[in-house]
Design a protein around this ligand. Structure first.
Ligand SMILES: [Zn+2]
Length: 193
């Protein structure tokens, strides 16, 4: 498989081509290191293509045999696949563990969000990717997942319609899909954060 590490020279050349094509001088002092700098940055912001950087998801036995909702919130930063411009904002995540199964090490949710976001993405797909990876870590036994993403898209803000409102996407599975009361409880908690 091709990786940024094995293709670093091709990538640097391509960025130099872009700099030239937009009318800049790629040899200008302030810019001459930019292709190498972007190549290094891409290794980080597109690490989601590198299986070796996939986060290890710590899980624990659900010793309390709880089937109550567990929530986590935080930031995400990604790149839209249509314009290769950033989109970023807040995620709100919740799941219901299986009372006889496992629970997630909660800091791992943020790691999975970061990894799944480090690709060319659609906000709609990002929510699915995050839930799929966390569900797999719980052996598919969790009783339901909920995720809400609120993102600001630079392709909407700095070009085209030039409007700054956030885009909101949701994804609910299992109990969150079936039980409107549970879903409302989650949405209420989320809005108070
Ligand atoms: Zn876009």
């Amino acid at each position: 498989m091709e990786t940024i590490t094995s293709n670093a020279q091709d990538l640097e050349r391509a960025i130099r081509t872009i700099i030239t094509a937009i009318g800049e001088n790629p040899d200008r002092e302030g810019i001459v290191e930019t292709p190498a700098r972007i190549t290094r940055m891409f290794k980080e912001i597109f690490r989601g293509y590198d299986e070796s950087q996939k986060p290890k998801i710590t899980t624990f036995t659900n010793e309390a045999h709880s089937s109550d909702m567990i929530c986590d919130s935080g930031d995400f930063y990604s790149m839209c696949e249509h314009h290769m411009l950033p989109f970023f904002g807040q995620y709100h995540f919740a799941y219901i563990p299986s009372p006889t199964g496992k629970i997630l090490g909660i800091s791992k949710v943020a790691r999975v969000v970061g990894y799944c976001a480090a690709r060319l993405q659609l906000q709609e797909r990002l929510g699915h990717d995050i839930v799929d990876m966390l569900s797999e870590a719980l052996d598919g036994e969790a009783l339901g997942f909920a995720i809400v993403l609120k993102g600001r898209h630079m392709c909407k803000t700095m070009r085209g319609v030039k409007n700054n409102g956030p885009m909101c996407t949701t994804y609910f599975t299992g109990k969150f899909k079936e039980d409107a009361q549970l879903r409302n409880e989650f949405l209420l908690l989320m809005n108070n954060q």
